[in-house]
Every structure is written in C-alpha cells, then in structure tokens.
Write a protein that binds this ligand. Structure first.
Ligand code: HEC
Length: 166
C-alpha cells in the first residue's frame, strides 16, 4: 500500500466515522428526557491499534514541528523541560478529561483523541497545571499550529501521542 493509499483510506475512514457519529447524534437528539432516564455510564472509547509505521510518521512530525523543544519523550527529547513530558500522553489525556479542573475549563474534549487535537489547535482552552519547573504558564504553547502543521502530519501526530502510555 502506498503512502497516498494509506492517507486516502484514513480520510475515508475518518469521514465514515464522522458520519456514524453524526447519525448516532441525530437518532438520540430528539428523545424527550423522562423522569426514569438514567445518564449513560461513561464508556471508554477504545482507540484502534496504531501501526508502527504510523507511529513512526507521527514521531517524525513531533520532531519536525518542534514539539521536542518543550515536551520530553524518552529517547526522543529527554532534555525538554518547558512543558509536561508526554511519555504517558494517552493516560495523561484520560486523567485530564476526568479532572474537575478540566470540567471547569473551556475544554470540550470527551476522548483522548479530542483532547490531543484541542491541546494542539486551541492550547488555551485548558492549561495543564504542572510543568517540570513549576506551574505551567498559559500561552506557552505556540498558538499558530493550525497554520504550521501540515494536514497530512496531523493524524499521524495524534496517533503517535495516543500510542504513548496505554
Ligand atoms: C514552546 C513550548 C511548547 C511547544 C513547542 C509545544 N508545547 Fe505543548 N505544551 C506546552 C506547555 C507549557 C503545556 C502545558 C500548558 C498548557 O496546557 O497550555 C503544553 C501542553 C500540551 C499538551 C497537553 C498536555 C497535558 O499534559 O495536558 C499537549 C498534548 C501538547 N502540549 C502537545 C504538543 C505538541 C504535539 C506540540 C508540537 C506540535 C507541542 N505541544 C509544542 C509547551 C509547548
């Protein structure tokens, strides 16, 4: 399978997933709340297994874009101290989403994947509290990744982060 085939199938897959989510949302949207309705228990969204090729592409993007300047990942950017280490990025994302601090913030992510995307494209929606050298400073994350990250790099980058710490 060539690289562009891979990219194309990813796009198709993402489009299908979006459609399914949209359909599911339509179906449930009109249901009138009843007195007996109990809120659905939060279910962990299983992340599909990430291939080593995909993870390697994401790691290359993490380096090219310069995330390595601030975020430590073992064997990639061990010395970076300006931001939380991302060795356990998946677990970290889950913990953040479930925290009271996050619920009080402007963050709207419900899954680790959504959290990664939000953290990169809207870094000020939530400011992670603890950095290696003290409290994290809001606004340290570059604010222009929407313009800097190539479209074809974004998905592998997110997959790479989601492969860490689970
Ligand atoms: C100039 C330093 C800097 C760079 C470069 C940088 N970040 Fe960050 N990042 C931070 C800081 C500081 C925080 C914690 C404060 C916050 O949440 O805004 C953070 C938070 C995050 C978080 C949330 C982590 C958590 O612990 O909740 C993720 C995910 C993240 N960055 C990913 C990236 C990725 C991916 C890149 C490259 C595309 C990147 N960052 C580039 C400084 C940086």
């Amino acid at each position: 399978m060539s690289h562009s085939d891979l990219t194309r199938s990813t796009i198709i897959y993402s489009a299908l997933a979006g459609l399914i989510v949209a359909l599911a949302a339509c179906g449930g949207g009109n249901a009138a709340p009843t007195a007996t309705a109990t809120p659905a228990a939060p279910t962990a969204t299983p992340e599909p297994t990430i291939s080593p090729v995909r993870a390697a592409q994401g790691k290359a993007a993490f380096i090219r874009i310069g995330c390595v300047a601030c975020h430590a990942i073992k064997g990639v950017s061990d010395q970076a101290l300006a931001a939380p280490a991302l060795d356990q990025a998946y677990k970290l994302a889950q913990d953040v989403i479930n925290s009271q601090e996050y619920k009080k913030s402007e963050g709207t992510a419900k899954t680790p994947r959504e959290f990664m995307i939000e953290s990169i494209l809207e870094p000020n929606a939530f400011t992670y509290p603890t950095c290696p050298q003290g409290p994290c400073v809001k606004g340290t994350m570059p604010q222009n990744y929407k313009d800097i990250i190539r479209a074809e790099e974004m998905d592998p980058l997110i997959d790479y982060l989601l492969s860490l710490g689970r």
